[in-house]
Design a protein around this ligand. Structure first.
Ligand code: C5P
Length: 229
């Protein structure tokens, strides 16, 4: 069985949600979104460590969440994130103890399914990296600064990428170090590994693993939580 560390970036300010509290700390059902998200990973075999990156002012709240949800065999650690998601994850990566796989999962995706997490871990063990995603349902256009359409890539090969994104630890550390050296900032972890020329495989998930980003997403999340009960 592979050993695993889970990194949860939760240091975003959530400007698109139009709320003062950052999204991971908003209430969803009986607990915070962050707590709901972490609970999804607890039955995962080999999970030894959970690291949460937050802004300084939410550090204590995040520590309370870990204390509440983690069983004694899983070590928890909270730390201050950075200006970008990438920086937050890099800070957390410094604190990961020895492990085979590192799982990165957005704090604001509380509906991820255990079997999809497991599938990503098994695939990352085999290929080096694996990310969860779904085929694009809309036609995607590439535009220029004036919003003039420049290209319509074939939808057959376009997928929307979610998290978890899982990697063998050494590979992810190397990818983050190289990105810093090159001043490269990506919007996900896989893009840093891809630019090393290493393999990352897409694993098919489902659309319930959406990222709570806009007020409408929060309304949907509240409906789904009620339905689960
Ligand atoms: O901004 P985006 O929607 O991509 O955020 C995805 C996740 O990354 C969220 O859970 C957010 O809290 C986290 N994040 C972070 N540090 C930042 C920006 C975002 O940990 N500086």
């Amino acid at each position: 069985m592979t050993t695993k560390a889970l990194i949860i970036p939760a240091a975003g300010v959530g400007s698109r949600m139009q709320k003062d509290t950052p999204k991971p700390f908003l209430q969803l059902g009986n607990s915070t979104i962050l707590e709901q998200t972490i609970r999804r990973f607890l039955p995962l075999d080999g999970l030894q460590q959970v690291l949460v990156a937050t802004s300084e002012s939410f550090l204590e709240k995040a520590e309370n969440v870990l204390e509440e949800v983690l069983p004694p065999q899983i070590k928890g650690r909270c730390l201050v994130g950075g200006k970008t998601r990438q920086e937050s994850i890099y800070n957390a990566l410094q604190k990961v103890s020895e492990t085979d796989l590192v799982i990165v999962h957005d704090a604001v995706r509380p509906f991820v399914k255990l079997r999809h997490i497991q599938h990503c871990c098994n695939t990352a063990e085999q290929y080096g990296g694996a990310v969860l995603g779904v085929p694009a349902k809309d036609t995607i256009k590439r535009i220029d600064e004036q919003q003039i359409i420049k290209e319509t890539p074939s939808r057959k090969f376009l997928w929307q990428t979610q998290t978890p994104q899982v990697f063998q630890k050494d590979l992810l550390v190397r990818a983050y170090q190289q990105a810093i050296k090159d001043n490269f900032v990506g919007t996900d972890d896989a893009s840093l590994v891809e630019r090393l020329g290493e393999t990352v495989k897409m694993v098919k998930g489902d659309r319930s693993n959406f990222k709570i980003t806009y007020p409408l997403d929060l309304e949907l999340a509240e409906l789904l939580i009620k339905k689960d009960k």
